[in-house]
Design a protein around this ligand. Structure first.
Ligand code: GLN
Length: 511
Protein backbone atom coordinates (compact mmCIF):
# COMPACT_ATOMS: atom_id res chain seq x y z
CA UNK A 1 0.00 0.00 0.00
CA UNK A 2 1.37 3.40 -0.88
CA UNK A 3 -0.69 6.25 0.48
CA UNK A 4 -1.71 6.72 4.09
CA UNK A 5 -5.08 6.98 5.74
CA UNK A 6 -4.31 10.63 6.29
CA UNK A 7 -5.50 11.15 2.73
CA UNK A 8 -7.97 13.96 2.61
CA UNK A 9 -10.11 15.44 -0.04
CA UNK A 10 -11.52 18.90 -0.50
CA UNK A 11 -15.26 18.97 -0.08
CA UNK A 12 -17.47 21.38 -1.97
CA UNK A 13 -17.03 23.92 0.87
CA UNK A 14 -13.29 23.77 0.34
CA UNK A 15 -12.48 22.19 3.73
CA UNK A 16 -10.33 19.07 3.82
CA UNK A 17 -11.94 15.97 5.24
CA UNK A 18 -10.47 12.53 5.65
CA UNK A 19 -11.59 10.22 2.86
CA UNK A 20 -12.47 7.53 5.35
CA UNK A 21 -14.99 9.79 7.10
CA UNK A 22 -16.95 10.41 3.93
CA UNK A 23 -20.15 8.78 2.82
CA UNK A 24 -20.51 6.67 -0.30
CA UNK A 25 -22.50 9.38 -2.10
CA UNK A 26 -19.75 11.92 -1.38
CA UNK A 27 -17.09 9.51 -2.63
CA UNK A 28 -19.12 8.84 -5.79
CA UNK A 29 -19.46 12.55 -6.51
CA UNK A 30 -15.74 13.18 -6.00
CA UNK A 31 -14.87 10.36 -8.41
CA UNK A 32 -17.31 11.66 -10.99
CA UNK A 33 -15.71 15.09 -10.77
CA UNK A 34 -12.32 13.51 -11.28
CA UNK A 35 -11.10 14.64 -7.83
CA UNK A 36 -10.59 11.18 -6.43
CA UNK A 37 -9.79 7.76 -7.85
CA UNK A 38 -11.12 4.39 -6.77
CA UNK A 39 -7.55 3.39 -5.92
CA UNK A 40 -7.09 6.42 -3.62
CA UNK A 41 -10.35 5.51 -1.87
CA UNK A 42 -9.35 1.86 -1.55
CA UNK A 43 -5.93 2.78 -0.18
CA UNK A 44 -7.36 5.15 2.40
CA UNK A 45 -9.84 2.57 3.69
CA UNK A 46 -7.30 -0.25 3.61
CA UNK A 47 -4.88 1.76 5.73
CA UNK A 48 -7.60 2.73 8.19
CA UNK A 49 -8.97 -0.80 8.32
CA UNK A 50 -5.54 -2.26 9.00
CA UNK A 51 -4.55 0.36 11.60
CA UNK A 52 -7.82 0.12 13.49
CA UNK A 53 -8.22 -3.62 13.29
CA UNK A 54 -6.16 -4.17 16.48
CA UNK A 55 -8.88 -2.27 18.34
CA UNK A 56 -12.04 -3.13 16.46
CA UNK A 57 -11.52 -6.63 15.07
CA UNK A 58 -14.35 -6.13 12.59
CA UNK A 59 -12.98 -8.28 9.77
CA UNK A 60 -12.62 -12.02 9.44
CA UNK A 61 -11.02 -11.63 6.01
CA UNK A 62 -9.58 -8.67 4.13
CA UNK A 63 -7.18 -8.94 1.20
CA UNK A 64 -5.53 -5.63 0.30
CA UNK A 65 -4.24 -6.82 -3.06
CA UNK A 66 -7.63 -8.07 -4.12
CA UNK A 67 -9.26 -4.78 -3.07
CA UNK A 68 -6.70 -2.74 -5.02
CA UNK A 69 -7.09 -4.95 -8.06
CA UNK A 70 -10.85 -4.24 -8.14
CA UNK A 71 -10.24 -0.51 -7.64
CA UNK A 72 -7.68 -0.37 -10.44
CA UNK A 73 -10.16 -2.06 -12.79
CA UNK A 74 -12.76 0.62 -11.98
CA UNK A 75 -10.29 3.46 -12.57
CA UNK A 76 -9.18 1.92 -15.85
CA UNK A 77 -12.73 1.70 -17.09
CA UNK A 78 -13.43 5.27 -15.99
CA UNK A 79 -10.34 6.57 -17.78
CA UNK A 80 -11.32 4.80 -20.97
CA UNK A 81 -14.74 6.40 -20.83
CA UNK A 82 -16.72 3.21 -20.30
CA UNK A 83 -20.00 3.41 -18.41
CA UNK A 84 -19.76 2.51 -14.72
CA UNK A 85 -22.29 1.11 -12.26
CA UNK A 86 -24.00 3.10 -9.49
CA UNK A 87 -21.52 2.04 -6.77
CA UNK A 88 -18.34 2.37 -8.81
CA UNK A 89 -15.27 2.38 -6.59
CA UNK A 90 -17.22 2.20 -3.31
CA UNK A 91 -15.83 -0.31 -0.80
CA UNK A 92 -18.60 -2.45 0.70
CA UNK A 93 -17.86 -4.64 3.73
CA UNK A 94 -19.76 -7.92 3.63
CA UNK A 95 -21.13 -9.88 6.59
CA UNK A 96 -19.56 -13.32 6.52
CA UNK A 97 -22.93 -15.04 6.19
CA UNK A 98 -23.12 -14.11 2.48
CA UNK A 99 -21.52 -16.48 -0.01
CA UNK A 100 -18.62 -14.99 -1.95
CA UNK A 101 -17.24 -17.05 -4.81
CA UNK A 102 -13.71 -18.24 -4.09
CA UNK A 103 -13.60 -16.38 -0.75
CA UNK A 104 -13.95 -18.18 2.55
CA UNK A 105 -17.42 -17.75 4.07
CA UNK A 106 -17.51 -18.98 7.66
CA UNK A 107 -20.62 -17.60 9.38
CA UNK A 108 -18.10 -17.08 12.22
CA UNK A 109 -18.44 -20.79 12.93
CA UNK A 110 -15.83 -23.50 13.28
CA UNK A 111 -18.13 -25.82 11.36
CA UNK A 112 -17.69 -23.67 8.22
CA UNK A 113 -14.11 -22.57 8.96
CA UNK A 114 -12.90 -23.92 5.62
CA UNK A 115 -15.93 -23.32 3.44
CA UNK A 116 -15.13 -21.62 0.14
CA UNK A 117 -18.37 -21.10 -1.81
CA UNK A 118 -18.33 -21.97 -5.50
CA UNK A 119 -20.83 -19.18 -6.22
CA UNK A 120 -21.80 -15.63 -5.24
CA UNK A 121 -24.91 -14.70 -3.30
CA UNK A 122 -27.40 -12.72 -5.40
CA UNK A 123 -26.54 -9.49 -3.57
CA UNK A 124 -22.84 -10.04 -4.26
CA UNK A 125 -23.57 -10.47 -7.97
CA UNK A 126 -25.51 -7.22 -7.82
CA UNK A 127 -22.68 -5.39 -6.04
CA UNK A 128 -20.19 -6.62 -8.61
CA UNK A 129 -22.47 -5.56 -11.47
CA UNK A 130 -22.71 -2.11 -9.81
CA UNK A 131 -18.88 -1.89 -9.82
CA UNK A 132 -18.68 -1.79 -6.02
CA UNK A 133 -15.45 -2.95 -4.37
CA UNK A 134 -15.91 -6.05 -2.19
CA UNK A 135 -14.10 -4.95 0.92
CA UNK A 136 -13.60 -7.97 3.14
CA UNK A 137 -15.85 -10.22 5.19
CA UNK A 138 -17.03 -9.01 8.58
CA UNK A 139 -17.33 -10.72 11.93
CA UNK A 140 -20.71 -11.75 13.33
CA UNK A 141 -22.39 -13.92 15.91
CA UNK A 142 -22.07 -17.55 14.84
CA UNK A 143 -24.79 -18.26 12.26
CA UNK A 144 -26.21 -14.80 13.06
CA UNK A 145 -27.43 -15.99 16.45
CA UNK A 146 -26.84 -13.31 19.02
CA UNK A 147 -27.06 -9.62 19.83
CA UNK A 148 -23.46 -8.76 20.71
CA UNK A 149 -21.12 -10.54 18.24
CA UNK A 150 -19.71 -12.35 21.29
CA UNK A 151 -20.87 -15.65 19.81
CA UNK A 152 -18.30 -15.48 17.01
CA UNK A 153 -16.07 -18.55 17.17
CA UNK A 154 -13.10 -16.43 16.10
CA UNK A 155 -12.85 -12.98 17.68
CA UNK A 156 -14.55 -10.24 19.66
CA UNK A 157 -15.48 -7.14 17.70
CA UNK A 158 -15.57 -3.96 19.78
CA UNK A 159 -17.75 -0.90 19.67
CA UNK A 160 -15.86 2.02 18.10
CA UNK A 161 -17.49 4.44 20.59
CA UNK A 162 -16.21 2.49 23.59
CA UNK A 163 -13.80 -0.37 23.08
CA UNK A 164 -14.91 -2.06 26.32
CA UNK A 165 -18.38 -2.52 24.86
CA UNK A 166 -20.05 -4.79 22.34
CA UNK A 167 -20.98 -3.42 18.89
CA UNK A 168 -24.36 -5.18 18.99
CA UNK A 169 -25.12 -8.15 16.83
CA UNK A 170 -25.29 -10.24 14.96
CA UNK A 171 -23.97 -7.90 12.21
CA UNK A 172 -21.50 -6.39 14.71
CA UNK A 173 -18.50 -6.55 12.38
CA UNK A 174 -20.33 -4.66 9.63
CA UNK A 175 -21.58 -2.03 12.11
CA UNK A 176 -18.17 -1.51 13.72
CA UNK A 177 -16.45 -1.34 10.32
CA UNK A 178 -18.76 1.46 9.14
CA UNK A 179 -18.91 3.35 12.46
CA UNK A 180 -15.13 3.03 12.87
CA UNK A 181 -14.53 4.33 9.30
CA UNK A 182 -12.89 1.12 8.11
CA UNK A 183 -15.42 0.95 5.24
CA UNK A 184 -17.99 3.52 4.11
CA UNK A 185 -20.90 1.06 3.84
CA UNK A 186 -21.65 -2.58 4.60
CA UNK A 187 -24.18 -5.33 4.16
CA UNK A 188 -25.74 -7.02 7.16
CA UNK A 189 -28.57 -9.45 7.70
CA UNK A 190 -31.53 -9.12 10.01
CA UNK A 191 -33.55 -12.07 11.34
CA UNK A 192 -34.66 -10.48 14.60
CA UNK A 193 -32.83 -7.15 14.66
CA UNK A 194 -29.30 -7.91 13.54
CA UNK A 195 -29.02 -4.92 11.21
CA UNK A 196 -30.99 -2.37 13.25
CA UNK A 197 -29.66 -3.13 16.75
CA UNK A 198 -25.92 -2.98 15.89
CA UNK A 199 -26.63 0.11 13.75
CA UNK A 200 -28.27 1.75 16.78
CA UNK A 201 -25.48 0.74 19.16
CA UNK A 202 -22.75 1.97 16.78
CA UNK A 203 -24.46 5.23 15.76
CA UNK A 204 -25.12 4.44 12.10
CA UNK A 205 -28.15 3.85 9.86
CA UNK A 206 -29.34 0.29 9.22
CA UNK A 207 -32.25 -0.86 7.09
CA UNK A 208 -33.99 -4.20 7.19
CA UNK A 209 -36.05 -4.44 4.00
CA UNK A 210 -39.50 -6.00 3.68
CA UNK A 211 -39.34 -9.80 3.60
CA UNK A 212 -39.02 -10.64 -0.10
CA UNK A 213 -37.56 -7.28 -1.17
CA UNK A 214 -33.99 -8.63 -1.42
CA UNK A 215 -33.13 -12.11 -2.65
CA UNK A 216 -31.77 -14.50 -0.03
CA UNK A 217 -30.03 -16.63 -2.66
CA UNK A 218 -26.56 -17.36 -1.30
CA UNK A 219 -27.37 -16.13 2.21
CA UNK A 220 -26.55 -18.96 4.60
CA UNK A 221 -29.89 -19.58 6.26
CA UNK A 222 -30.58 -19.02 9.94
CA UNK A 223 -34.41 -18.72 10.05
CA UNK A 224 -35.59 -18.64 6.45
CA UNK A 225 -39.00 -17.05 7.06
CA UNK A 226 -37.39 -14.11 8.88
CA UNK A 227 -33.95 -13.52 7.30
CA UNK A 228 -33.41 -10.42 5.13
CA UNK A 229 -30.26 -8.75 3.82
CA UNK A 230 -29.91 -4.97 4.10
CA UNK A 231 -27.60 -1.95 4.03
CA UNK A 232 -25.67 -0.35 6.90
CA UNK A 233 -24.22 3.12 6.34
CA UNK A 234 -23.45 6.53 7.85
CA UNK A 235 -26.58 8.10 6.45
CA UNK A 236 -29.96 7.53 4.87
CA UNK A 237 -28.81 8.45 1.35
CA UNK A 238 -26.18 5.72 1.38
CA UNK A 239 -28.77 3.21 2.57
CA UNK A 240 -31.01 4.21 -0.33
CA UNK A 241 -28.11 3.83 -2.78
CA UNK A 242 -27.24 0.38 -1.54
CA UNK A 243 -30.83 -0.82 -1.34
CA UNK A 244 -31.35 0.31 -4.93
CA UNK A 245 -28.59 -2.04 -6.04
CA UNK A 246 -29.55 -5.12 -4.01
CA UNK A 247 -33.37 -4.97 -4.16
CA UNK A 248 -35.47 -6.73 -6.75
CA UNK A 249 -36.82 -10.03 -7.92
CA UNK A 250 -34.63 -13.11 -8.26
CA UNK A 251 -36.20 -16.37 -9.46
CA UNK A 252 -33.66 -18.36 -7.42
CA UNK A 253 -35.35 -17.27 -4.19
CA UNK A 254 -38.98 -18.35 -4.29
CA UNK A 255 -39.87 -15.83 -1.57
CA UNK A 256 -38.38 -12.92 -3.51
CA UNK A 257 -41.15 -10.51 -4.52
CA UNK A 258 -41.77 -9.99 -8.25
CA UNK A 259 -42.39 -6.28 -7.72
CA UNK A 260 -40.76 -3.30 -9.42
CA UNK A 261 -38.12 -1.47 -7.39
CA UNK A 262 -38.88 2.23 -6.85
CA UNK A 263 -36.26 4.93 -7.29
CA UNK A 264 -35.25 5.22 -3.62
CA UNK A 265 -33.05 8.24 -4.06
CA UNK A 266 -35.24 10.19 -6.47
CA UNK A 267 -37.59 11.80 -3.93
CA UNK A 268 -35.47 11.16 -0.85
CA UNK A 269 -35.29 14.82 0.08
CA UNK A 270 -39.01 15.43 -0.31
CA UNK A 271 -40.64 15.47 3.14
CA UNK A 272 -43.66 13.23 3.67
CA UNK A 273 -46.64 15.51 4.40
CA UNK A 274 -48.95 15.10 6.12
CA UNK A 275 -47.07 12.67 8.34
CA UNK A 276 -48.79 10.59 10.98
CA UNK A 277 -46.45 8.83 13.38
CA UNK A 278 -47.79 5.91 15.41
CA UNK A 279 -46.23 5.63 18.85
CA UNK A 280 -47.02 2.26 20.42
CA UNK A 281 -47.23 2.38 24.19
CA UNK A 282 -45.86 -1.19 24.29
CA UNK A 283 -42.50 0.14 23.03
CA UNK A 284 -42.08 2.36 26.09
CA UNK A 285 -42.31 -0.19 28.87
CA UNK A 286 -40.41 -0.73 32.07
CA UNK A 287 -37.37 -2.42 30.50
CA UNK A 288 -36.49 0.75 28.60
CA UNK A 289 -33.39 2.65 29.74
CA UNK A 290 -34.32 6.19 30.88
CA UNK A 291 -31.72 7.95 28.73
CA UNK A 292 -32.71 5.97 25.63
CA UNK A 293 -36.34 6.85 26.30
CA UNK A 294 -35.63 10.53 26.64
CA UNK A 295 -33.55 10.69 23.43
CA UNK A 296 -36.28 8.85 21.52
CA UNK A 297 -38.90 11.24 22.94
CA UNK A 298 -36.76 14.19 21.84
CA UNK A 299 -36.61 12.74 18.34
CA UNK A 300 -40.40 12.45 18.32
CA UNK A 301 -40.66 16.10 19.40
CA UNK A 302 -38.35 16.99 16.54
CA UNK A 303 -40.73 15.28 14.11
CA UNK A 304 -43.61 17.24 15.66
CA UNK A 305 -41.69 20.44 14.95
CA UNK A 306 -41.42 19.26 11.35
CA UNK A 307 -45.20 19.12 11.22
CA UNK A 308 -45.82 15.46 12.01
CA UNK A 309 -48.75 14.36 14.10
CA UNK A 310 -48.06 11.84 16.87
CA UNK A 311 -50.78 9.23 17.35
CA UNK A 312 -50.82 6.74 20.17
CA UNK A 313 -51.30 3.29 18.69
CA UNK A 314 -51.44 -0.10 20.30
CA UNK A 315 -49.72 -3.33 19.36
CA UNK A 316 -51.45 -5.50 21.96
CA UNK A 317 -49.52 -8.65 21.08
CA UNK A 318 -46.09 -7.00 21.08
CA UNK A 319 -45.34 -8.30 24.60
CA UNK A 320 -45.50 -11.85 23.18
CA UNK A 321 -43.24 -11.15 20.20
CA UNK A 322 -39.99 -12.09 21.86
CA UNK A 323 -41.36 -15.42 23.11
CA UNK A 324 -42.81 -16.23 19.68
CA UNK A 325 -39.56 -15.24 17.97
CA UNK A 326 -37.44 -17.42 20.24
CA UNK A 327 -39.60 -20.39 19.23
CA UNK A 328 -39.95 -19.75 15.49
CA UNK A 329 -36.31 -18.76 14.89
CA UNK A 330 -34.72 -21.73 16.69
CA UNK A 331 -37.26 -24.10 15.10
CA UNK A 332 -36.21 -23.00 11.63
CA UNK A 333 -32.55 -22.93 12.65
CA UNK A 334 -32.65 -26.51 13.92
CA UNK A 335 -33.93 -27.58 10.53
CA UNK A 336 -31.56 -25.37 8.48
CA UNK A 337 -28.51 -26.42 10.48
CA UNK A 338 -29.22 -30.15 10.20
CA UNK A 339 -27.14 -30.26 7.02
CA UNK A 340 -23.88 -29.54 8.87
CA UNK A 341 -23.01 -33.02 10.05
CA UNK A 342 -19.45 -33.54 8.83
CA UNK A 343 -20.74 -35.75 6.01
CA UNK A 344 -22.97 -33.56 3.85
CA UNK A 345 -21.45 -30.25 4.88
CA UNK A 346 -18.98 -28.76 7.30
CA UNK A 347 -16.20 -29.73 9.65
CA UNK A 348 -15.68 -33.45 10.18
CA UNK A 349 -14.26 -34.76 13.44
CA UNK A 350 -10.87 -36.45 13.42
CA UNK A 351 -12.09 -38.93 16.00
CA UNK A 352 -12.97 -42.32 14.62
CA UNK A 353 -16.63 -43.14 15.10
CA UNK A 354 -19.57 -44.80 13.40
CA UNK A 355 -21.92 -42.68 11.27
CA UNK A 356 -24.08 -41.36 14.11
CA UNK A 357 -21.00 -40.87 16.27
CA UNK A 358 -19.34 -38.88 13.47
CA UNK A 359 -22.40 -36.65 13.16
CA UNK A 360 -22.53 -36.06 16.90
CA UNK A 361 -18.82 -35.39 17.32
CA UNK A 362 -18.55 -33.16 14.24
CA UNK A 363 -21.51 -31.08 15.37
CA UNK A 364 -20.28 -30.98 18.95
CA UNK A 365 -16.87 -29.72 17.85
CA UNK A 366 -18.14 -27.43 15.10
CA UNK A 367 -21.01 -25.54 16.74
CA UNK A 368 -20.59 -23.10 19.62
CA UNK A 369 -22.67 -23.04 22.78
CA UNK A 370 -25.40 -20.65 21.65
CA UNK A 371 -25.92 -22.43 18.33
CA UNK A 372 -26.21 -25.75 20.17
CA UNK A 373 -28.72 -24.17 22.55
CA UNK A 374 -30.84 -22.94 19.63
CA UNK A 375 -30.72 -26.35 17.91
CA UNK A 376 -31.90 -28.00 21.10
CA UNK A 377 -34.70 -25.48 21.66
CA UNK A 378 -35.75 -25.76 18.03
CA UNK A 379 -35.75 -29.53 18.03
CA UNK A 380 -37.76 -29.51 21.25
CA UNK A 381 -40.47 -27.11 20.05
CA UNK A 382 -40.87 -29.09 16.82
CA UNK A 383 -40.96 -32.53 18.42
CA UNK A 384 -44.19 -34.47 18.34
CA UNK A 385 -46.13 -33.79 21.50
CA UNK A 386 -44.73 -30.27 21.89
CA UNK A 387 -45.28 -28.93 18.40
CA UNK A 388 -48.84 -27.79 19.05
CA UNK A 389 -48.02 -26.29 22.41
CA UNK A 390 -45.01 -24.30 21.19
CA UNK A 391 -44.38 -24.05 17.47
CA UNK A 392 -47.99 -23.90 16.25
CA UNK A 393 -48.92 -21.52 19.03
CA UNK A 394 -45.99 -19.26 18.16
CA UNK A 395 -47.19 -19.18 14.55
CA UNK A 396 -50.63 -18.06 15.76
CA UNK A 397 -49.05 -15.30 17.83
CA UNK A 398 -47.06 -14.31 14.76
CA UNK A 399 -50.28 -13.90 12.80
CA UNK A 400 -51.79 -11.75 15.58
CA UNK A 401 -48.68 -9.56 15.63
CA UNK A 402 -49.03 -9.03 11.89
CA UNK A 403 -52.70 -8.09 12.36
CA UNK A 404 -51.78 -5.58 15.08
CA UNK A 405 -49.50 -3.84 12.61
CA UNK A 406 -52.11 -3.92 9.82
CA UNK A 407 -54.56 -2.19 12.16
CA UNK A 408 -52.01 0.33 13.41
CA UNK A 409 -51.07 1.29 9.86
CA UNK A 410 -54.69 2.23 9.19
CA UNK A 411 -54.08 5.17 11.51
CA UNK A 412 -50.49 6.10 10.75
CA UNK A 413 -47.79 6.11 8.05
CA UNK A 414 -44.94 4.97 10.23
CA UNK A 415 -44.40 3.53 13.70
CA UNK A 416 -41.59 4.89 15.82
CA UNK A 417 -39.87 3.82 19.02
CA UNK A 418 -36.51 2.80 20.37
CA UNK A 419 -34.42 0.29 18.41
CA UNK A 420 -32.77 -1.22 21.46
CA UNK A 421 -33.86 -0.95 25.11
CA UNK A 422 -30.32 -0.01 26.22
CA UNK A 423 -27.18 1.49 24.73
CA UNK A 424 -24.20 -0.83 24.05
CA UNK A 425 -23.42 -2.99 27.07
CA UNK A 426 -20.03 -4.17 28.30
CA UNK A 427 -18.28 -7.15 26.75
CA UNK A 428 -19.07 -10.16 28.92
CA UNK A 429 -21.97 -8.47 30.72
CA UNK A 430 -24.73 -10.66 29.32
CA UNK A 431 -22.92 -13.56 27.74
CA UNK A 432 -23.75 -16.01 30.54
CA UNK A 433 -27.38 -14.95 30.75
CA UNK A 434 -29.14 -15.91 27.50
CA UNK A 435 -32.47 -14.44 28.59
CA UNK A 436 -30.92 -11.03 29.34
CA UNK A 437 -29.25 -11.20 25.94
CA UNK A 438 -32.53 -12.11 24.20
CA UNK A 439 -34.18 -9.06 25.80
CA UNK A 440 -31.94 -6.84 23.66
CA UNK A 441 -34.20 -7.81 20.75
CA UNK A 442 -37.49 -6.90 22.43
CA UNK A 443 -38.29 -3.99 20.06
CA UNK A 444 -36.84 -5.43 16.86
CA UNK A 445 -38.30 -8.93 16.48
CA UNK A 446 -41.94 -7.99 15.77
CA UNK A 447 -40.89 -6.35 12.52
CA UNK A 448 -39.36 -9.63 11.30
CA UNK A 449 -42.30 -11.73 12.48
CA UNK A 450 -44.61 -9.43 10.49
CA UNK A 451 -42.25 -9.25 7.48
CA UNK A 452 -42.13 -5.42 7.58
CA UNK A 453 -39.36 -3.01 6.65
CA UNK A 454 -37.55 -1.35 9.56
CA UNK A 455 -34.91 1.30 9.84
CA UNK A 456 -32.70 2.52 12.68
CA UNK A 457 -31.25 6.02 12.59
CA UNK A 458 -28.96 7.73 15.11
CA UNK A 459 -30.91 10.03 17.46
CA UNK A 460 -28.35 11.14 20.01
CA UNK A 461 -25.79 10.07 22.56
CA UNK A 462 -26.00 9.16 26.23
CA UNK A 463 -24.05 11.12 28.86
CA UNK A 464 -21.35 8.45 28.55
CA UNK A 465 -21.11 9.16 24.83
CA UNK A 466 -22.88 6.02 23.58
CA UNK A 467 -25.07 6.27 20.48
CA UNK A 468 -28.81 5.64 20.60
CA UNK A 469 -31.05 4.62 17.70
CA UNK A 470 -34.60 5.57 16.71
CA UNK A 471 -36.54 2.76 15.03
CA UNK A 472 -38.96 3.41 12.16
CA UNK A 473 -41.30 0.64 11.00
CA UNK A 474 -43.50 0.81 7.92
CA UNK A 475 -46.07 -1.24 6.01
CA UNK A 476 -44.76 -3.88 3.57
CA UNK A 477 -42.74 -2.42 0.67
CA UNK A 478 -42.82 1.11 2.07
CA UNK A 479 -39.01 1.48 2.04
CA UNK A 480 -39.20 4.53 -0.21
CA UNK A 481 -41.44 6.40 2.26
CA UNK A 482 -39.54 5.10 5.28
CA UNK A 483 -36.27 6.43 3.88
CA UNK A 484 -37.86 9.81 3.14
CA UNK A 485 -39.25 10.02 6.67
CA UNK A 486 -35.84 9.13 8.10
CA UNK A 487 -34.20 11.72 5.87
CA UNK A 488 -36.53 14.46 7.22
CA UNK A 489 -35.01 13.97 10.68
CA UNK A 490 -31.49 13.56 9.38
CA UNK A 491 -31.77 16.84 7.46
CA UNK A 492 -32.29 18.80 10.69
CA UNK A 493 -29.88 16.91 12.97
CA UNK A 494 -26.19 16.13 12.85
CA UNK A 495 -25.88 12.84 14.78
CA UNK A 496 -25.08 11.00 11.56
CA UNK A 497 -22.05 13.23 10.93
CA UNK A 498 -20.30 12.32 14.19
CA UNK A 499 -17.36 9.92 14.05
CA UNK A 500 -15.79 8.21 17.07
CA UNK A 501 -12.31 9.18 18.20
CA UNK A 502 -10.27 6.03 18.09
CA UNK A 503 -6.84 5.47 19.65
CA UNK A 504 -5.20 5.55 16.21
CA UNK A 505 -6.93 8.46 14.50
CA UNK A 506 -7.80 7.42 10.95
CA UNK A 507 -6.37 10.69 9.74
CA UNK A 508 -5.62 14.15 11.03
CA UNK A 509 -7.82 16.84 9.59
CA UNK A 510 -5.45 19.11 7.77
CA UNK A 511 -7.40 22.31 7.34
N1 GLN B 1 -30.49 -11.45 18.30
C1 GLN B 1 -31.44 -12.19 17.53
C2 GLN B 1 -31.08 -13.66 17.58
O1 GLN B 1 -30.15 -14.00 18.18
C3 GLN B 1 -31.49 -11.69 16.13
C4 GLN B 1 -30.39 -12.20 15.28
C5 GLN B 1 -30.50 -11.78 13.87
O2 GLN B 1 -31.28 -10.89 13.52
N2 GLN B 1 -29.75 -12.45 13.04
O3 GLN B 1 -31.74 -14.48 17.03
Amino acid sequence: MTSSAAATSLSSHGSARPIVEMTAHELLALQERGELTAVAIAEAFLTAAQQLEVHLRSFLWLDAEEVLRQAQAVDLRRRSGQPLGPLAGIPVAIKDVLCTKGIRTTCASRILANFVPPYDAHVIERLKAADAILFGKTNMDEFAMGSSTENSAFQQTRNPWDLQRIPGGSSGGSAAAVAGCQAPVALGTDTGGSIRQPAALCGIVGLKPTYGRVSRYGLIAYASSLDQIGPMAHDVTDCALLLQVIAGHDPRDSTSAPLPVPDYRGRLNEPVRPLRIGVPREFFDKGLDAEVESLVQQALRQYEKLGAKLIEVSLPHAPYALAAYYIVAPAEASSNLARYDGMHYGHRTRHKADLIGTYAKSRGEGFGKEVQRRIMIGTYVLSSGYKDAYYRKALKVRRLIKQDFDQAFEQCDVIMGPTSPTPAFRIGEKINDPLAMYLSDVYTVSCNLAGLPGLSIPCGFTREGLPVGLQLLGPPFSEETLLRIARMYEAVTDWHTRRPKLPVPPSPVTS
